[in-house]
Design a protein around this ligand. Structure first.
Ligand SMILES: [Fe+2]
Length: 526
């Protein structure tokens, strides 16, 4: 290599470091031409590298990407025209400008028909070279942007499919079709790692061409994985692809093969493979990179699907746990209600009916469902404190002594104490603790008044009183419905919340009417 070549390379490196200078490769067997071109193209801010023949140019193009190649037509070993052909067959993807003497203009024009972008006539003027180079680079940039746009569109299409679909097979199918479209493959397959067998199983296969053989040999995943681990690209043509297959031989008609890994959080979960069986149709490095992008989309689809199924699973077990909690909760309430009924003959059915009347009032007030559920449960549990009151006292036919009244009046407080240690029953405390409070403050145990009595307490108080009056008790027979309603109206504002009392009277009449119409007369108080 000449001193001039060294100098050009050094300047070129500096230009590259300084920014995104376009990379130009100059090929000429004449040292003077190489030196002149390198010098003034470098001065123009381009990153320039020079070589003296076509073979060296090919080697350089295979190692590093270049935006533009300026090559002489007549060179020993490999002519400019031959170089052009090799660039096309190897899909090296570089724009070419030919340099030619006056006598070979015809050849240059011929070369342009074969894909060269432009030509420069020797001896050339500096401005002319700059002009051609700039125009070529502009064209190259447009081309690159067009490719990038096309890739972006494909990736967008695939990403959209991933976002819209929860069906992993559908997403993988979209990814494979995009792979086929992008690299013009005849067959694409996607293998996923199976944890049980610790092997890679074919999950999706898309065949785009009738020429593709029916059966394909399985890729040799041991070799593929080894190469992925080393970061080496898997891209091979014809018989050279044999090492990537289990039978150590490529399919007979195989023209080209490429494989890219699917990584999910640094774990290799699968492999995307593309096959070309079209003669002369070979995948290149650009294709392989595009496939890598698609593979990463497929990997994120798999990851999403896995996260989704984990989410669904944990949600299901949460629902299961919740419903078993709810079941336990209902069983606990039923257990308490049962214990209570056994301690008081006359309250048999009372808790249930208070729950029903409380619900009628709650629904009539259009309270939220959750609140109504709590009110119904509180209705069932309101007298739970009576569990601690002596059986003989509760079922005493005559009047209670003042001491007995005092003991009896402890039941709301006792109810609170029974529920207090059970967190899931805390929502029912108000109903137990406050159903004997009076609206005017004359009730017990705390003498609360008006709105300071929790709503559930004021509701259960009315339901409790109505059922107590319309049921047989140890100390008296049941009172008729009209008498009970009259009593509630009379006590509105003193014992009961007047608005709730008014609503209850109205709602209970409507309920009775409905029950009669449905033939349930026996279930309503006389
Ligand atoms: Fe009570």
């Amino acid at each position: 290599m000449s001193r001039a070549d060294d100098g050009a390379r050094a300047t070129a490196a500096a230009t590259t470091d300084a920014g995104d200078a376009a990379r130009i490769l100059v090929v000429d067997d004449e040292r003077v031409i190489r030196e002149i071109l390198a010098e003034f193209l470098t001065l123009e801010g381009f990153s320039v590298h020079t070589v003296e023949d076509g073979e060296k140019a090919l080697t350089e193009l295979r190692i590093r990407p270049y935006d533009l190649l300026i090559t002489d037509l007549k060179m020993p070993r490999l002519s400019g025209l031959q170089l052009l052909e090799r660039i096309t067959t190897e899909r090296l993807g570089v724009l070419t400008v030919l340099m030619t003497g006056f006598g070979t203009v015809e050849t240059a024009i011929e070369a342009m028909k074969k894909g060269a972008y432009d030509y420069l006539l020797k001896p050339f003027k500096v401005e002319e070279v700059i002009h051609v180079v700039r125009r070529a680079l502009y064209r190259q940039r447009l081309q690159a942007e067009n490719i990038r746009l096309r890739e972006a569109l494909t990736i967008y299409r695939v990403s959209e499919a991933i976002a819209l679909s929860r069906d992993i097979d559908h997403v993988l199918d979209v990814v494979l079709h995009a792979a086929i479209d992008e690299v013009k493959a005849d067959v694409a397959t996607l293998h996923l790692h199976d944890q049980r067998s610790d092997s890679y199983q074919e999950r999706v296969k898309v065949v785009a061409s009738d020429d593709a053989p029916r059966g394909l040999p399985s890729p040799a995943f041991g070799t593929l994985l080894e190469q992925f681990a080393q970061g080496a690209p898997i891209l091979a043509h014809g018989g050279k692809a044999g090492r990537y297959f289990t039978e150590d031989a490529a399919p007979a008609e195989l023209s080209s093969f490429a494989a890219v890994p699917l990584h999910v959080r640094s774990h290799l979960v699968g492999v995307l493979n593309v096959f070309s069986f079209t003669p002369g149709k070979k995948f290149d490095e650009g294709h392989r990179k595009m496939l890598s992008v698609l593979a990463s989309r497929a990997a994120s689809a798999i990851d999403n699907a896995r996260l989704m199924s984990e989410l669904v699973e944990s949600n299901t077990s949460l629902i299961r746990a919740n419903s078993s909690l709810e079941e336990m909760f209902q069983q606990t309430i039923a257990g308490f209600a049962q214990a209570l009924e056994e301690s008081d003959l006359y309250t048999r059915g009372h808790s249930e009916r208070v729950a029903v009347y409380s619900e009628i009032l709650g629904r009539g007030l259009t309270l939220p469902d959750a609140e109504i559920r709590r009110i119904v449960q509180a209705g069932v549990m309101h007298d739970v404190g009576k569990i601690g009151v002596r059986y003989d006292m509760l079922n005493k036919p005559g009047k209670l002594t003042p001491e007995e009244v005092a003991v009896f009046r402890q039941h709301p407080e006792k109810g609170k104490r029974i529920l207090d240690p059970v967190p899931c029953l805390h929502g029912l405390i108000d109903g137990c603790w406050c159903h004997h409070e009076w609206f005017d403050g004359g009730g017990y145990p705390r003498g609360l008044s008006g709105q300071s009595i929790p709503l559930v307490g004021r509701i259960v108080a009315i339901a409790d009183a109505y059922d107590a009056m319309t049921s047989d008790r140890a100390y008296r027979r049941a009172l008729p419905h009209e008498v009970a309603v009259g009593e509630i109206e009379r006590c509105a504002g003193t014992q009961f919340d007047p608005e709730l009392a008014e609503a209850f009277v109205r709602l209970i009449e409507a309920w009775r009417q409905g029950m009669r119409e449905r033939g349930h007369d026996s279930l309503i108080p006389r």
